[in-house]
Ligand binder design. Structure first.
Ligand code: BES
Ligand code: MN
Ligand code: ZN
Length: 512
């Protein structure tokens, strides 16, 4: 298997544009941009830049690319990447522009690039350093890990960034961007793995390696331990498969945790992260149609996001205690599989009538969320490729957010905005609960087509013990069906940076 991603060497520079030695020097360019802060550029390009602007080829429209050679500069060539209007420049726009520029460089076999942060915008030097770093690392990903016939792949080797600002702070921001970019790529690599390579046992082994590397405490619960804990919902889903289930538990114990030693004493918050780790979802006896079933290898993307976010949280020494629970199993239609109408008893004791075995995510999450509470979580976030209905509601670019109280949902939403993971809240009114009533048990596991994403969320809520809780439905966002200039097709790593940004939000944790 080939490696799916590499991290280039990233260095800061203060050199003038003409003195930066590189294969490709990248400038963001705004709409109506006269490039006055780069007055020499037009001359070096032999008037190409000005004439492209007059022709209308260079408009600054977001992610449009314009290439030119430059005479008398140390760079071999220059790329101008459109970023839209100057006043609307956001860290996220800049992150995407960096990815677009870096992907274009790789396509042209240019391995040493430099990116300049232009003055006169609301994006600070530190923000720019972080998101430009993230953006180029996200571009250095290639999912074709099992090809043997392709020509050797081109990776970015070195990246120079000129962002201004205070050197030590900017260096820290680069480090943060590097960890967040790497951990996102790690999550994409896992989601991309076929299910014959990444079984629940292998997923747990990969988690062990990643956790050890990042300095996290890890525990693997095997099928015996899972049975001792009476996790009937998880065991029910696992019944149809030859592969035994696993639960991976990770802990991050910072030396200086938020809340500890504060006026409220030892009642410090514990962030509980739970990720759906279905390594293949065939649907079980309620089997899925053949078309697109191959995509169900990525049904562990929530689990991968939680695992890789925990790695980032540990490497960046987030100030809050965290515990993560990742239930791992296949959902298969074997001879001993769960059947529609079967009743399961959860670890918490609540009973569930399984009306549709394809609604397996909420089952495994029910037991996992309960376990996160047993381990001391005070604030819950679960991440799951839970419902096709969420993708119908919000499309392929926006993650669904559900939860209570609204202040906690809003804290997660803001973290997702900083992370560049788009998300939007949907309601969890009690009124929807009657949709998944059962004639025989406490509740059923499905509620019909109407409000399908919401009933999925409300099912999980039954196991949260009324702790602050957010559910992120990434069914639409975990996998990109179409390539964009800033996002290749395939696994996106959605959720990794949101969860890490959430844990790194020092001010918010101090207030809780
Ligand atoms: N893993 C799927 C959800 C999914 C569907 C993710 C498409 C990505 C793309 C989940 O386990 C599932 O099958 N959900 C069902 C729920 C239904 C049976 C209530 C669905 O969405 O159809
Ligand atoms: Mn399913
Ligand atoms: Zn599923």
């Amino acid at each position: 298997m080939l490696t799916a991603h590499q991290t280039p060497a990233i260095a800061l520079t203060t050199k003038s544009s003409r003195d930066i030695e590189t294969d490709l020097l990248i400038f963001p360019v705004f709409e109506g941009d006269t490039l006055t802060d780069e007055a020499d550029l037009d001359g070096a390009s032999g008037g190409e830049v000005a004439s492209a602007r007059t022709r209308g080829e260079l408009k600054g429209t977001a992610f449009d690319l314009f290439f030119t050679s430059v005479r008398g500069w140390k760079a071999s060539r220059v790329a101008l990447v459109g970023v839209g209007s100057r006043k609307d420049l956001s860290p996220d726009r800049l992150r995407r522009a960096a990815t677009a520029g870096a992907l274009a460089a790789r396509q042209r076999c240019l391995t040493n690039i430099a990116i300049v942060h232009r003055p006169g915008t609301d994006v600070t030097a530190q923000e720019a350093a972080q998101v430009l770093t993230e953006g180029v690392i996200l571009a250095n990903f290639d999912g074709a890990s099992y090809r043997t016939t392709d020509p050797p792949r081109v990776w970015l080797d070195t990246v120079q960034l000129r962002v201004g600002g205070e050197p030590a702070a900017v260096e820290r921001a680069v480090e943060r961007g590097r960890v967040l970019g790497e951990c996102t790529n790690l999550s994409r690599t896992l989601s991309n793995e076929p299910s014959n390579a990444l079984t629940p046992r292998v997923f747990a082994e990969r988690a062990t390696a990643i956790a050890t590397d990042a300095g996290l405490t890890l525990e693997i619960l095997d099928e015996t331990r899972i049975a001792e804990l009476k996790m009937g919902l998880l065991l029910g889903v696992a019944r149809g498969s030859q592969e035994p289930p696993r639960v991976v538990v990770l802990r991050h114990e910072p030396k200086k945790a938020a809340g500890i030693g504060s006026a409220r004493g030892p009642t410090s918050p514990v962030l509980g992260l739970v990720g759906k780790g279905i390594t293949f979802d065939a649907g079980g006896i309620s089997i899925k149609p053949a078309e697109n079933m191959d995509k169900m290898k990525d049904d562990m993307s929530g689990g991968a996001a939680v695992l890789c976010a925990m790695a980032a949280i540990s490497r960046l020494q987030a100030p809050v205690r965290c515990v993560a629970v990742i239930p791992m199993t296949e959902n298969m239609p074997g001879g001993r599989a769960l059947k529609p109408g079967d009743v399961l008893t959860s670890a918490e004791g609540k009973t569930v009538e399984v009306l549709n075995t394809d609604a397996e995510g909420r089952l495994v999450l029910g037991d996992a969320v309960w376990y996160a509470r047993q381990l001391g979580a005070t604030h819950l976030v679960d991440v799951a490729t839970l419902t096709g209905a969420c993708a119908v509601a919000l499309g392929k670019t926006t993650t669904g957010l559900f939860g209570t109280p609204d202040s906690w949902v809003e804290q997660v939403r803001r973290a997702s905005e900083r992370a560049g993971d788009r998300s939007w809240q949907l309601p969890v009114f009690d009124d929807y609960k009657e949709l998944f009533k059962s004639e025989i048990a406490d509740f059923g596991n499905t509620g019909g087509r109407a409000g399908g994403a919401i009933t999925g969320a409300l099912f999980i809520k039954e196991f949260t013990g009324d702790l602050p809780w957010v559910h992120m439905d990434i069914a639409g966002t975990a996998w990109a069906e179409d390539a964009k200039p800033y996002q290749p097709k395939g696994a996106t790593g959605v959720g990794v940076r949101t969860l890490a940004e959430l844990a790194l939000d020092v001010e918010a944790w101090a207030k809780l």
